[in-house]
Design a binder for this molecule. Structure first.
Ligand SMILES: [Zn+2]
Length: 309
């Protein structure tokens, strides 16, 4: 299986001020849709699997589907575990052939986060697998990771430098104001760029990761709502803020909500306009095409983030 690590992807991205899109996968249509977009755009690609996705599809199905997508298209894919909550799930994924894992010890105190991350780094590196860790807490909800918005704390720059030094981690997810889900900001969108600059200044060679980075594009929210959805007031991170973040060390931009919205909007549209339809292929197919278009858009946007390419 031509799975690749994120090492080379990140080295190029950090040098040229662009970011790699990391897209969450849950089923065949989503995997096919994303990989087709990367093939068309000839772009590096990270597919990521959350604990929720493993539970939904069963790990073996996702693994075999990703293998099939690589064999079918020849696209280089880094396969990444998103928000691994303990050593065991990270070990399982390393043993299964993932090329990258995230250990999310952000809910633990600093020293415990370090100890847990170190344990995963030792095992993963011994098997040639990269590790992403998280410091600071995001607001919002993703799978079982719930963080009360009020107790959400941004990443401390000095702690980030110490954390990377002591754990030997390959990349670091930071909290600067993004959150998971489709409701990221109540008022004006705000990211703490001063904090990001400080972190990047202290650890300029460490690829930084932006979670909860979907843009929740209005067009797709509107289409969902037009065809029977009820997601009023959904708001994401404006794309120009993503571009700004990419200038200061953000190398991996996680996108899940935008895929969900694109697919759901299209399925809602097809079912509303063709109420006589009951063949799942007739709405899952267009849903898959919508994923491809969204991922193409995201890839182009992130590769051109520096405005120099
Ligand atoms: Zn996340």
């Amino acid at each position: 299986m031509a799975l690749v690590t994120t090492k080379e992807m990140f080295a190029k991205a950090i040098k040229s001020d662009y970011a790699i899109g990391a897209f969450n996968v849950n089923n065949m249509e989503i995997i096919q849709g994303i990989v087709e977009a990367a093939q068309i755009e000839n772009a590096p690609l990270i597919l990521q699997v959350s604990a929720g996705a493993r539970k939904y599809a069963k790990p073996i199905y996702l693994l075999k589907l990703v293998e099939a997508a690589i064999e079918d298209t020849g696209v280089d894919v880094a396969l990444h575990l998103d928000h691994g909550e303990d050593f065991d799930i990270c070990k399982k994924c390393v043993d299964d052939g993932f090329t990258s894992v995230m250990i999310d010890g952000s809910k633990h105190p600093f020293e415990e986060n370090i100890a847990l991350t170190k344990q995963v780094v030792e095992y993963a590196h011994a098997h040639g697998v990269s590790v992403e860790a998280e410091l600071g807490k995001l607001a919002g909800v993703e799978d079982n990771v719930k963080v009360d918005a009020r107790s959400a704390t941004f990443t401390d720059p000095d702690e980030a430098a110490e954390f990377v030094e002591r754990t030997g981690v390959d990349s670091l997810a930071i909290a600067i104001g993004t959150s998971h889900g489709a409701y990221k900001f109540k008022g004006e969108p705000y990211l703490d760029f001063e904090r990001l600059k400080k972190i990047h200044g202290l650890i300029p060679d460490t690829p930084l990761v932006l979670h909860g980075a979907s843009s929740v594009l209005k067009e797709f929210v509107d289409r969902c709502n037009e065809f029977g959805g009820e997601i009023p007031g959904a708001q994401g991170v404006p794309e120009d803020m993503i571009h700004e973040a990419v200038k200061y060390g953000i190398c991996k931009v996680n996108v899940d909500t935008d895929l969900r919205l694109a697919m759901t909007a299209e399925i809602r549209r097809v079912l509303a306009e063709h109420p006589e339809e009951f063949d799942p292929r007739k709405y899952l197919g267009p849903g898959r095409d919508a994923i491809t278009r969204m991922v193409q858009h995201k890839i182009r946007d992130m590769l051109n983030a520096s405005g120099t390419k």
